[in-house]
Design a protein around this ligand. Structure first.
Ligand code: XIL
Length: 342
């Protein structure tokens, strides 16, 4: 019984993989706005991957090597080898380069934690960090996620973090934007967050935070909506969220899209239904983003291209949340995304 179920599942997977590949021109040639992906420096050593990236997208984000966890070393010094490689790849291939991310509640390197509670020393180190990182890519980075995931999941205010404790709840964010602006007068500075499609209360708090930052004098220049969604996202939710986010008039970065099948608890575990749901969500995202006023379409970034590279594989190795199969061939989800473009 179990053996035949496994054989069937294997068959399904093969069938799905074979049916998946479609003919499609490069994503960036189809869209009227920049199309991005995230990369890790080590992946660029794979010629097949490098060629796929150079062909398909016009913007790169470092998947994790421009976060504090990589840049800030234990002794408090900084390392830029991996980010420099990604930046060089972007330059060589004429791709835009996007900075991700400066201040994130989830990361508080020991070198910062060890600083005494004295606010002056802490603020000096905070400013020094932002200046070093943003200044290094000044003139190349088109934008930065300055503050990542600041809003509480239940929409009740803002998250607590090392940064908020030492520098103040709103103030640490205002300061980060101001320091980033000093370090690069041109880059568009973003507030970036997730679950803004399916949690309207969180979205409302996110928009209120954006307004509070602007009022406090932060040079906030754009809003990032990660868009890590699932194939059972209700029809219309993503479009409504983008419209709402655009209401402040700021540029929008759809910054980290993937559409999980494994997280789609509302759908029966039927491969055809899951694939159809995923395609529908990708189509809606492309259409809703295309419908924004041209000057508000900063970029549309996929959080990876090939399924096998997705961070969601760590949660469920069977998930296939992206537009390209493991061999780098566009899937029907890619055709659906392209079909939604206007
Ligand atoms: C993820 C990366 O994909 C992983 O490789 C890393 O280990 C953890 O972070 N929100 C974000 C991204 O802003 O930085 C996260 O990326 C995904 C969720």
């Amino acid at each position: 019984m179990l053996a035949s179920a496994l054989a069937l599942a294997a068959c399904d997977r093969q069938g799905a993989a074979q049916a998946a590949a479609v003919d499609l021109p490069p994503l960036k040639s189809l869209a009227a706005f920049p199309v991005g992906t995230c990369v890790q420096a080590v992946q660029l050593d794979d010629p097949g991957f490098a060629a796929l990236v150079a062909a398909q997208v016009s913007q790169l984000t470092a998947e994790w090597e421009m976060k504090m966890e990589y840049i800030v070393q234990d002794d408090g010094s900084f390392r830029f080898d991996a980010p420099d490689r990604i930046a060089a790849f972007a330059r060589t291939h004429g791709l835009r380069f996007f900075g991700h991310t400066l201040v994130w509640y989830a990361q508080s390197p020991p070198a910062f934690e060890r600083l005494d509670a004295g606010r002056i020393a802490f603020d000096g180190a905070y400013r020094n960090y932002i200046h070093a990182v943003v200044g290094r890519y000044r003139g190349q980075a088109v934008g930065w996620d300055v503050v990542n995931e600041a809003v509480a999941e239940d929409g009740e205010g803002w998250r607590d973090s090392l940064w908020s404790q030492r520098l103040g709840r709103l103030e640490h964010m205002t300061l980060a934007f101001q320091h980033a602006r000093e370090a690069d007068p041109e880059a568009v500075l973003f507030l970036n967050d997730y679950n803004l499609e399916n949690l309207p209360k969180k979205r409302a708090t996110f928009l209120k935070l954006a307004e509070a930052l602007l009022k406090a004098g932060a040079p906030l220049g754009g809003l990032g909506t990660q868009t890590h969604v699932a194939a059972d996202l209700k029809a219309g939710e993503l479009a409504a969220a983008l419209k709402d986010l655009a209401s402040l008039g700021l540029p929008i970065h759809l910054s980290e899209m993937d559409v999980s099948l494994s997280r789609a608890e509302g759908l029966i575990r039927d491969p055809a239904k899951l694939a159809a749901g995923q395609a529908r969500v990708y189509a809606e995202a492309a259409e809703a983003f295309s419908s924004l006023p041209a000057q508000q379409r900063f970029a549309f970034t996929h959080w990876g291209l090939r399924d096998k590279d997705s961070w969601l594989k760590r949660e469920d190795a069977a998930d296939t949340p992206l537009l390209f199969d493991d061999a780098g061939r566009p899937k029907s989800a890619a055709a659906a995304w392209a079909g939604g473009l206007r």
